[in-house]
Design a binder for this molecule. Structure first.
Ligand code: CTP
Length: 403
C-alpha cells in the first residue's frame, strides 16, 4: 500500500489514551499522520506526546493566528486522504451530523472531501440513546464509515457497548478505506439474510441466517468503489455506508427483487439463505386452535420455492455470478454438485455444522470452488476478511475473462 496522508482528529474521551498506539500502527504502515485535537481531548492525551510521535505540529485552535498561519484549517482538510475521528464522542457525532464548525476539529470535518472513519467511544447509555442512533444513521447515509465500538467493561464503570475499537482494528479499517477502487464501474447485486415464508397472519417459517456474510460482502464491494445493491431478507443489521438497500421478506419477494435489478448488475453474489419450501397456503388471518380438525396437531403442505440462483445463472449473459453453499456434511463434494447444477462462476461453500463458521457468528471458514474443479480453502477469518478474499477471486475471474 502506498503511503497516504491521514489526519487523526481526537475528541475528548478516556479512550484517547490509546491514540498514541494508533499513531504508531499507522506510522508503521508508512502513512504520514497529523493530529488535530479538541480542547477536551488535550485533557486525556498530551499534544506533546502526539507531536513527538508524528513529528508534526498538533493543531488545536481554530482561531490561533500562528497555527492558522502555518497551515490553515481548510488546507489541513484538503491535505488529508483520510480523516479518522478516534475516539469519536457522542458530542462530535452530533456536531458532524448537524454541520457545526465552531472549533478546529468540527471545521475540518465539515470542510474535508476525504473519506471519514469514526471510532466511537462512550458510555453504553449514551451509545444506545435514540439521538446517537439517529446521528449515526444520518452519518452512515452520508458515507461516513464506522469501526466499533466493542462491548465490555467501560471506563465509566458500566458494562456494555461503547469501548473504542482497538488501535489495530482502526488501522486495518483505514487500510481498507484507502485501498484501491478495484471495482469502480461495476454494479454488484448482493443478497443477504434469511427469508421468511408466511404460514398465517402472524406465523412464518424462517432460518437462523444473520445476514452478516452478505452484508460484509456489500460493505467490501462498496469500499472497492462498486455501486452496490443489497437485497436484504430477514436480518437485524444496519445498512453499510454507501450501499443501496431493498428489503424483502419471502423467497418469492427476493426473486422478484433480484430479477428486477438484474439488468443493472455486472456481478451477482447470492449469499442469502433462501428457504427451499414455503407453505402452499398462506392463511390471511391467524389460525385458531378451535378451528383445527384435529386437536393433536396440524399438517402444513410445503411447496418448493423457485431457485433464484439457478434462474440468475440461466440468464447471466456476461455477468459474474457467485453462489453460496451451506453444507452440514461432505462440504466440498456437495458444493461441487451444486456449482454444476446451478451454473455459477464461483461457489463459496461453508460447513454450517461448525460453531465458529456459518450462521449467526462473526467468523467463517469457507472453500472457494470454480467450475473447472479448482478448490481453495480459506482459514477461519472474520466475515469481512472472507468477503475480501471472495471479491479478490471475483476480480481475478473478471481479469481472466477479459484476457
Ligand atoms: N438459493 C436460491 N434460491 C433457492 C435456494 C437457494 O437462490 N430457492 C441460492 C442461495 O442463495 C445460495 C445457493 O442457492 O447461493 C445454495 O443454497 P443452499 O441452501 O446451500 O442450497 P440449496 O439449493 O437450497 O440445496 P440444498 O438445500 O439441497 O443443499
Amino acid at each position: 500500500m502506498e503511503p497516504r496522508r491521514i489526519l487523526l482528529a481526537i475528541t475528548g474521551g478516556i479512550a484517547a489514551y490509546k491514540v498514541p498506539e494508533l499513531v504508531r500502527s499507522l506510522g508503521r504502515a508508512g502513512h504520514d499522520v497529523s493530529c488535530a485535537m479538541t480542547a477536551s481531548a488535550t485533557r486525556f492525551v498530551s499534544p506533546l506526546a502526539l507531536q513527538t510521535l508524528t513529528g508534526a505540529p498538533v493543531r488545536q485552535d481554530l482561531f490561533d493566528p500562528s497555527e492558522e498561519g502555518e497551515i490553515d484549517h481548510i488546507r489541513l482538510a484538503d491535505w488529508a486522504d483520510l480523516v479518522i475521528v478516534a475516539p469519536a464522542t457522542a458530542n462530535v457525532l452530533g456536531r458532524m451530523c448537524h454541520g457545526l464548525a465552531d472549533d478546529l476539529v468540527s471545521a475540518v470535518l465539515l470542510a474535508t472531501r476525504a473519506p471519514i472513519l469514526v471510532a466511537p467511544a462512550m458510555n453504553v447509555n449514551m451509545w444506545s440513546h435514540p439521538a446517537t442512533r439517529a446521528n449515526l444513521e444520518t452519518l452512515a447515509q452520508r458515507g461516513v464509515r464506522r469501526v466499533g465500538p466493542g462491548a465490555g467493561e467501560l471506563a465509566c464503570g458500566w458494562e456494555g457497548e461503547g469501548r473504542m475499537a482497538e488501535p489495530e482494528e482502526i488501522a486495518a479499517e483505514a487500510e481498507l478505506l484507502l485501498g484501491s477502487k478495484t471495482l469502480e464501474g461495476e454494479t454488484v447485486l448482493v443478497t443477504a439474510g434469511g427469508t421468511s415464508e408466511p404460514i398465517d397472519a402472524v406465523r412464518s417459517i424462517t432460518n437462523r441466517s444473520s445476514g452478516k456474510m452478505g452484508f460484509a460482502l456489500a460493505e467490501e464491494a462498496a469500499c472497492r468503489g462498486a455501486r452496490v445493491i443489497l437485497v436484504a431478507g430477514v436480518t437485524a443489521l444496519a445498512t453499510p455506508a454507501g450501499v443501496e438497500r431493498q428489503d424483502v421478506s419471502s423467497a418469492l419477494e427476493m426473486r422478484e427483487a433480484v430479477l428486477g435489478r438484474l439488468e443493472d448488475a455486472s456481478i451477482v453474489i447470492k449469499a442469502a439463505a433462501v428457504a427451499d419450501f414455503r407453505p402452499e397456503v398462506r392463511e390471511e388471518s391467524k389460525i385458531k386452535k378451535e378451528s383445527l380438525e384435529s386437536a393433536s396437531g396440524i399438517t402444513l403442505r410445503l411447496v418448493t420455492n423457485p431457485d433464484i440462483l439457478a434462474e440468475v445463472c440461466a440468464r447471466k449473459g456476461d455477468r459474474l455470478v457467485v453462489g453460496f453453499a451451506a453444507e452440514s456434511e461432505n462440504v466440498v463434494p456437495a458444493a461441487r454438485r451444486k456449482i454444476e447444477r446451478k451454473g455459477c462462476d464461483l461457489m463459496v461453500a461453508n460447513d454450517i455444522s461448525r460453531s465458529d463458521a456459518g450462521f449467526g457468528v462473526d467468523t467463517n471458514a469457507v472453500y472457494l470452488l470454480t467450475p473447472d474443479g479448482e478448490v481453495e480453502e480459506l482459514p477461519l477469518s472474520s466475515k469481512r476478511v472472507v468477503a475480501a478474499h471472495v471479491l479478490d477471486r471475483v476480480e481475478k475471474l473478471r481479469s481472466e475473462r477479459r484476457g
